[in-house]
Ligand binder design. Structure first.
Ligand code: CA
Ligand code: CA
Length: 129
């Protein structure tokens, strides 16, 4: 974990840099697709999700709560309801999520602890490069 300072513009600029964003998404997708079949199953998405958004599991949520949360997340990603998430679905949903995060952060810089591979950390590195 590293502490970084970012604001909504940092995140938004990263998402809107099509090439950088695409590259990053492709890498994540490959990491998450453990069996390499080119799509994400429910459990693959779930396994990757904590590290992806650097969401800790220490908020006191029960297993059941987390489970239904992941179901909701999966349904949201799987926009054609095929039961798997392909790269295109993954990318467009991640874009939505990151833009929502950017709006949530707004223009005031916040200090956050980020996993070194987390998506927001990529945004910070993107801004610094
Ligand atoms: Ca897979
Ligand atoms: Ca699908």
């Amino acid at each position: 974990m590293s502490v970084a300072i970012l604001n909504g513009v940092t995140v938004q600029a990263f998402v809107e840099d099509e090439e950088a964003f695409k590259k990053c998404i492709n890498e994540y997708f490959k990491d998450l697709d453990v069996n390499g079949d080119g799509v994400l199953s429910r459990s693959e998405l779930r396994k990757g999700f904590d590290s992806l958004l650097a969401v800790g599991n220490d908020a006191g949520n029960t297993k059941e709560e987390m489970s239904s949360l992941y179901d909701i997340v999966f349904e949201k990603f799987d926009s054609d309801h095929s039961g798997t998430v392909d790269l295109e679905e993954f990318r467009s949903e991640m874009k939505e999520i990151m833009l929502a995060v950017a709006r949530g952060i707004g223009n005031s810089p916040i200090q956050v602890a980020l996993g070194n591979d987390s998506f927001l950390m990529k945004a910070v590195q993107h801004e610094a490069s």
